[in-house]
Structures are given as structure tokens and as C-alpha cells.
Design a protein around this ligand. Structure first.
Ligand code: CP
Length: 304
């Protein structure tokens, strides 16, 4: 793997290898594997977890970070093209981690230069490092990736994490329940992907006991305000589902709640100290998974 642009470029053995290596970093996160290497983090869209966990990953591995967290402070605000920005930064860095608002931006960047590109989110399309940390979290909490029933809840239209997760789980015989309001339904191409790969799924607008009590993973998502063209449509759907502690009655004891975060109200605070809440640990797992990804794109071997 030279670039990580999309989760569907990885087969199951490559996914498992990345997760196994992430587990080695969880045991021992401080290793001088990136000494002398420079990683650029170019964030054309806001981020807390993805950027800071990639940067922490580099720091814990002894490398150095350059980049920007706000494109307004870069020359793209003067009209510089993405092509020119990538070509320049490729002169300085060994890896480029980039988040961009345009779907396909990371793929485009990966075709420009030999410097490895890691997609940290491109519009509503893909978020492969998030998917790998989601898979890591599912395997860690369930003991397996196989035969899990997963409810994807909320903004299934614009949420890139759910689109990537379907593709990442495709190797492991999942069953999905898609829970969304009609306006934010799972896109047809994602449902076609499920049909093509024989992945069973159902769709519903009802977020109640029937869903919550029948799943291994409850994957909550935020309604993505920044992707709406019509602000009134956002206002209509923004608080459509709110998970509260009382709704967890009767759920499977091993069920876990994941959320890529940030949350803006779809998980009530009273859920945080339930045994099912796993979203904070999930974000922590992102550090180990991103250490694994950086070593993979740089072809760096890891000892136990
Ligand atoms: N999950 C995720 O991508 O979070 P950030 O937007 O904070 O990076």
C-alpha cells in the first residue's frame, strides 16, 4: 500500500494486518520508527480527532509534523490550486495526510505525485482511517469482526464514515440496519454495493427497541450541517434521533455504541457512563491505527 485513499483498496488480509499492527502500538505506542521522517497534515476542513491523532502518532514515533489546520492560512486562500499545493508539499514531506471538502480530492492528489497520500476525509465520500479504527474497535469489543449486526443511525446520506464502514465490513459477513429520516437515506450506490456483495440490510425510519435490542453495534452519526445546501432542511432533521440511557434497556450486554464524533446532541450525556458507551475509547484507538497506517504507507516494519 503506497497511498490510503479508499477503504476498498484493501482486501481482508491487508485490513487484518493493519489492525494486528495497531494492536502492537496499543501495547507500546512510543517507538522511534519515524525518526528523520516528516509528515504533512493538510486540513482544508475542520478536524479535532483525525488531525490530532495523526500528529500524535507521528510524535510518538519520533517523526516531525508540518502543515495547516485551517486552509485560510495557506496559499489556497490566494487561489493556489490543489495540484500546486500538493506538488509543493511533496517537496518537503515524506507522507501527506489530507482532508478536503471535495469528493475525490485524495484520489486526485495520489495521482499527482509519488509521495504517499493518506485520505483523512474527502467530502461525503470516504474516511478510510476512521473505518480502520472503527473495525479495530468492533473487533476489540466483540472479539471478532465476523457476523455482526450493525445499525447505522442518523445522516446516512452525507456521512462518509458510514459509507466507508459498509465497504470495510463487507469482508466479514455483516448485517446492516439503516436508520435515517427519508431525507438522509443511505445512497443507492451504497445499497447496490450491499446487494452486489450479498450483504443483508433493512431500512427504517424508526429508532426504537426493535433496532436497539437486536444489534451488536449501534453506530450513531451526526447530521452533517456543512453538507446541506438548504439550511431549512438541516433545521428540519438535525435532532431527528437522540439516544438516551433509558433507550438502552433490554439491549445485548455485549452491544457497544460507536460514534465517529463530534456529537452534537444525538447521544445524550447520560449515556456516557453506561457499559455500552465506547466512543471515547474508539477515538483513542485512532492513535494506534494511524500509527499502523503511517508505517504501512512508508513500508516500515514493526517488531513485536
Ligand atoms: N471522526 C472525525 O473525523 O473527527 P474529526 O472531524 O474531529 O477529525
Amino acid at each position: 500500500m503506497k497511498h490510503l485513499v479508499s477503504i476498498n483498496q484493501l482486501d481482508s488480509s491487508e485490513i487484518i494486518r493493519l489492525l494486528d499492527r495497531a494492536a502492537l502500538f496499543e501495547n507500546c505506542p512510543n517507538r522511534k520508527l519515524l525518526e528523520g521522517r516528516i509528515v504533512a497534515t493538510l486540513f482544508f476542513e475542520p478536524s479535532t480527532r483525525t488531525r490530532l491523532s495523526f500528529e500524535t502518532a507521528v510524535n510518538r514515533l519520533g517523526g516531525r509534523v508540518i502543515g495547516f489546520s485551517d486552509a485560510a492560512t495557506s496559499s489556497s486562500s490566494k487561489g493556489e490550486s490543489l495540484k500546486d499545493t500538493i506538488s509543493m508539499v511533496a517537496n518537503y514531506a515524506d507522507v501527506i495526510v489530507m482532508r478536503h471538502f471535495l469528493e475525490g480530492a485524495a484520489l486526485y492528489a495520489s495521482e499527482l505525485d509519488r509521495t504517499p497520500i493518506v485520505n483523512a476525509g474527502d467530502g461525503a465520500n470516504q474516511h478510510p482511517s476512521q473505518t480502520l479504527l472503527d473495525l479495530y474497535s468492533i473487533r476489540k469489543t466483540q472479539g471478532t469482526l465476523f457476523d455482526r449486526t450493525i445499525a447505522l443511525v442518523g445522516d446516512l446520506k452525507y456521512g462518509r464514515t458510514v459509507h466507508s464502514l459498509i465497504e470495510g465490513m463487507a469482508h466479514f459477513r455483516p448485517r446492516f440496519i439503516f436508520v435515517s429520516p427519508p431525507e438522509l437515506r443511505m445512497p443507492e450506490e451504497c445499497k447496490d454495493f450491499c446487494r452486489l456483495h450479498g450483504i443483508p440490510f433493512t431500512e427504517t425510519t424508526d429508532f426504537g427497541p426493535e433496532v436497539i435490542q437486536s444489534v451488536d453495534i449501534l453506530y450513531m452519526t451526526r447530521v452533517q450541517r456543512e453538507r446541506f445546501i438548504d439550511p431549512e432542511e438541516y433545521e428540519r432533521v438535525k435532532n431527528v434521533y437522540v439516544l438516551t440511557r433509558s433507550m438502552l434497556e433490554g439491549c445485548r450486554p455485549t452491544m457497544r455504541i460507536l460514534h465517529p464524533l463530534p456529537r452534537v446532541g444525538e447521544i445524550a450525556q447520560d449515556v456516557d457512563d453506561t457499559p455500552q458507551a465506547y466512543f471515547v475509547q474508539q477515538a483513542q484507538n485512532g492513535l494506534y491505527v494511524r500509527q499502523s497506517i503511517l508505517c504501512e504507507v512508508l513500508n516500515i516494519e514493526i517488531d513485536n
